[in-house]
Unconditional design. Structure first.
Length: 222
């Protein structure tokens, strides 16, 4: 089994986007492989409150245009506050110029870097996706994370073509009608991470951690 930053892949990521979910994560018996800390939902969080989490962290402060929550605190300052506690940093492709200082500091600290793209309206063409992937590669990303809305089989097929064609470290998922299916299928086709909600999905097509576990168990039994 291959690994990224010491994490065996494919890996399950549990998303923490509220204080309630943070408390829940600290008490979980069955654990995901990593936790993603959505700092745009937790701008006043004390870093010391992370001490009870028993898995490595991905940190991100999502841009509002890609599903993030608007915060008064500068995203740069928010990410720098938590950077030393992270094993992975996630910055959107669109945010690289704005967050260049954080991106480069993560490299100096040997923190793995995820460059992400979220399209809540559609699935762009394969050529467009490949172009964005190349931009992320040029920026030094260790992982390219791609999430698009897939409401047709053609959308799902485009994402699968992209995933199979890159043969690099990518995390690919769908939202919408084929969101759940993509989170079961794509890890079997090379996607390195699958993201799950801990309690309540943040968008359509996202599975909870327990739903994913049950579906995977059912699949392996059959």
């Amino acid at each position: 089994m291959a690994a990224v930053g010491g994490i065996n892949i494919p890996a399950v990521v549990g998303v923490i986007a509220s204080s309630e979910e943070l408390r829940f994560a600290s008490r979980m018996r069955a654990l995901p492989d990593l936790f993603e800390l959505r700092l745009d939902h937790l701008p006043t969080l004390d870093p010391e409150m992370l001490s009870k989490l028993r898995r490595p962290l991905i940190i991100t402060a999502r841009h509002p245009a890609e599903g993030g929550k608007k915060v008064r605190i500068n995203r740069r300052d928010l990410l720098l506050r938590f950077l030393a506690r992270a094993q992975f940093l996630d910055v959107e492709l669109r945010s690289l110029p704005e967050l260049r200082e954080v991106w480069e500091k993560a490299a100096r600290l040997q923190i793995r870097r995820i460059c992400s793209l979220h399209d809540f309206a559609r699935t762009p063409s394969l050529a467009q996706l490949q172009k964005q992937f190349q931009r992320a590669q040029n920026a030094g990303a260790d992982i390219f994370k791609l999430v698009t809305r897939a409401d047709t089989s053609n959308d799902l097929f485009t994402l699968l073509q992209f995933l199979r064609g890159t043969r690099r470290r990518c995390s690919v998922m769908a939202m919408g009608k084929f969101g759940g299916l993509s989170r079961l299928l794509f890890p079997e086709c090379g996607s390195v991470f699958v993201y799950t909600a801990l309690r309540r999905p943040l968008h359509s097509g996202q599975l909870t951690f327990e739903q994913l576990r049950r579906l995977r168990d059912s699949y392996t039994k059959n």
